[in-house]
Design a protein around this ligand. Structure first.
Ligand code: TMP
Length: 211
């Protein structure tokens, strides 16, 4: 099963990725966590270029190709081989981040984004995608705890940008059945409970359909 987590920065998805991994490992599943952008030697180098604050002059076209190039490598080098071996792959961000950030956020035409995404990932579409949704104000509060020094090139974006990204995610959520929106202002435990519940429902349905 291929599971992805999405949401604006500081939504708390990385905590949920860890909790879900621990839950699945306890159930004796083989699990691999992937972080986007990154996850392979080539993709990690691309990540550095993408997030470096010195690259404030990066054009949005360059940005979308770099995110997609990193993903194209990751899908072929790691994700597909894992899935073929029956490993559960949990990815902290995937192609929906490109639609939300570069499409809705930066304003690149959504159909163009879809084509680029499709070239990068091919048939490797997640089985289920959790969008951890929080208001931008809440993200801003959490962001204040981090000093400006620690913020990367994208995280330093203003709330106008993040409002567009959040709206983009919510719009995306209505477009395909694989999305589950989780309220990111709830307690960590509640969110985890809901995520596990959704996953179990999906697994039961898949077993039933396979019969
Ligand atoms: P991270 O902080 O979750 O590791 O992600 C790095 C940043 O890159 C985050 O601000 C979201 C952004 N991003 C995009 O803009 N487009 C993408 O396709 C991906 C994967 C991440």
């Amino acid at each position: 099963m291929f599971i992805t987590f999405e949401g604006i920065d500081f939504c708390g998805k990385s905590t949920q990725v860890e909790l879900l991994k621990n839950y699945l490992v306890k159930k004796n599943k083989k699990v691999e966590i992937i972080r986007e952008p990154g996850g392979t030697e080539i993709s990690e180098k691309i990540r550095e270029a993408l997030l470096d604050k010195k690259h404030y002059h990066m054009f949005i076209e360059t940005e979308i190709f770099l995110f997609s190039a990193s993903r194209a490598q990751l899908v072929r080098e790691k994700i597909r081989p894992y899935l073929e071996k029956g490993v559960y792959v949990i990815s902290d961000r995937f192609h929906d981040s490109t639609t939300a950030y570069q499409g809705f956020g930066r304003g690149i035409d959504i159909n163009t984004v879809r084509h680029i995404n499709s070239l990068a990932i091919g048939e490797t579409v997640p089985d289920i995608t959790f969008i951890i949704d929080i208001p931008v104000k809440v993200a801003d509060e959490r962001k204040k705890i981090k000093t400006n020094m620690d913020l990367d090139r994208i995280e330093i974006s203003d709330s106008v940008f993040y409002e567009k990204v959040r709206k983009g995610y919510l719009k995306l959520a209505e477009s395909e059945k694989r999305f589950r929106v989780i309220d990111g202002t709830e307690s960590i435990e509640n969110m985890h409970y809901k995520i596990v519940n959704e996953l179990n429902i999906l697994e039961k349905r898949s077993v039933h359909e396979a019969r």
